[in-house]
Design a protein around this ligand. Sequence first.
Ligand code: SAM
Length: 290
Amino acid sequence: MTSPKTLLKAWELFPKKQLGQNFLADPSTARMIVSRGGVLPEDVIFEIGAGLGALTIPLSAAAKRVYAVEKDDRLVRLLETELVLHKAKNVTLLHQNVLAVDIPAMAAGEKTRLLAFGNLPYNISSQILIKLIENRKHLSRCILMFQKELADRLTAKAGKKAYGRLSVMLRYCAEIRPLATVKANLFYPKPKIDSEIIEIDFSRPSPHKAENEPFFFSVIKAAFSKRRKTLKNALTSSELGMSQEQVSLALAAAGIDPVRRAETLNVEEFVGLGNALGEKIEVGGRKSEV
Ligand code: SAM
């Protein structure tokens, strides 16, 4: 594989910071990621941010088919040529914003669920993750590379400072496992911090079930939006639009001390709280649409 620096120079291109373009410059690391990701010959890959093809090419060799999404038209032209050079015939390159990709339509023609894969553009990593969670019935697993800071938040346990909205959402719908750290000097241009690869396995969700999932996710959001406040205050002054009395009754019904803060609740407690709040809204005659 030609190095990103040489390839970009040959095409008279430069990396765009606003698109989070830090290209993986080490082919053996790319192969390691595909191998640790456990890609099987029958897998259909949904690759996010294909860039210069550092992952696309080893993925095409390991999997049945790859749908590779890239927003930057300059890179799409370059990658089309690279794919021909590498005889990667099972890759469908999609010039699109990943946030606008119709995942159900992509999955519709396939017999298996998609395996999402990507070295994510750091500036929209959280938005991409939320989209993947919302579309998880079409996905088996995700193997994603995040900047270390976000990866730490995703894998943080209850009670830790890094524990937040995404940690709870992820733990609710998947089992998560850190796979490897990739040093910053293996990218071009070199980012400020190292990256971490994480496996998100949607086939292993939490056994605790929210009765109304969109409402449950909005409860998590509300609880963490004022994480310094007690749960009672954070939820009362939130976009859930609930009265102090409704919140107090729900906290009591869920057996949660109202002076606790969001970061101390594990997933099971959040599910209990979300279900209890949902009931109070229904009793109060409000629609729980969120
Ligand atoms: N996969 C390549 C690699 O590992 O070298 C590139 C990874 S780079 C961190 C992120 C890639 O995502 C860039 O190629 C960038 O242009 C692309 N990208 C950024 N925003 C995007 C978006 N909204 N939709 C699709 N691709 C995007």
